[in-house]
Design a protein around this ligand. Sequence first.
Ligand SMILES: Cc1ncc(COP(=O)(O)O)c(C=O)c1O
Length: 384
Amino acid sequence: MAYCDLPQAPAVVPPGRAGANGAILRFEVEIAKSEPLNSAIGSRFRNLGRLIGNTPMLAIQFRFRGAERVIYAKSEHLSMTGSIKDRMAFYILRRGYLEGRIAPGHTIVEATSGNTGISFAALGRALGHPVVIIMPDWMSRERMELIHSYGATMIPVSRAEGGFLGSIAKAERMAQGRSDVFLPKQFANDANVEAHEHSTGPEIWWQLENHALVPVAFVAGVGTGGTVMGVGRYLRSRNPAVRVYPLQPAESPTLSTGFKVGRHRIQGISDEFIPAILKLDELDPVIDVSDGDSILMAQKLASDLGLAVGISSGANFLGALEAQNRLGADAVVVTVFADDNKKYLTTDLLREEPVRAGYLSPEAELKSFETLKRVCNNCCEFPE
Ligand SMILES: Cc1ncc(COP(=O)(O)O)c(C=O)c1O
């Protein structure tokens, strides 16, 4: 089995943040040097890693207001548990092991609005850990049942008990004075950003580069902000002019207000506060997208193109469309299809949604898509 074929792997990795290729190599070399390759846990990480990330990129062709357009979207719904959060969970757990902050037998405890809980439940159990997931009780039933099915313990938290912020506080209380509890802390852990800086970002760059394309903008709905910050950081290391737009639901514009207002139906984004890892001053202006429009767009992606994605993917597609409206119909704009539609079977995604004035989705006539294949510029394999 060969190492990845990046030719210039440095023998000694410089401290601090390396740019561009260095950023990928630093992580891979670090893992290669320090991962306990002979241990059972190292082998489990290697096998899990092959089920996560390195997703195909979809070039979605559509017609909008009389012009042919293309939007690029990473198919994260094809990941191991059906969401982009597998990348972050995998990276945080592997980092935790490398830094000695988690060991076999430790309990993983995380507060989440859903997909993260599913990822930590699946990966945690695959690595042999007890997993406790604390989640607001208004998230979809599918999310709760999936977490339960992965063998994790689910603790629902009501609005009266503090909702999302209450879930985080509960997780922290559970870890107090316990050295055998591992808190991934996805909202505050910079390893969440690094996961995307070292995987999603380079994949996007190379998949486009292989088609002689350079991204002009990247758009992503903000849950923790890991995706938009990490991908943005990497793409800017390659092309400093790239625009990086965070996206929020128009009905609950927490990023603009700084605190929770209103309610929305785009599960996974815009929780109740601005996460610590999100640096809005490093990003371009926030794009607002309506939740009803997002539902209609996600429905269309499934019914017209067979792309079974969740509501935030509809939102991200519309956000990318809005970025093109600002930058030019030909602009190469990239986004992510963050999860699949299976977690929304009991939600408004599968109900009839009324069309309202100002929605963009009715004007987007989806035609077809091309699939840009997985890349091997950063899919290193390590010897058994
Ligand atoms: C469906 C969905 N979309 C988007 C996101 C946002 O990703 P991030 O947390 O990297 O900002 C999440 C996060 O949980 C999600 O579950």
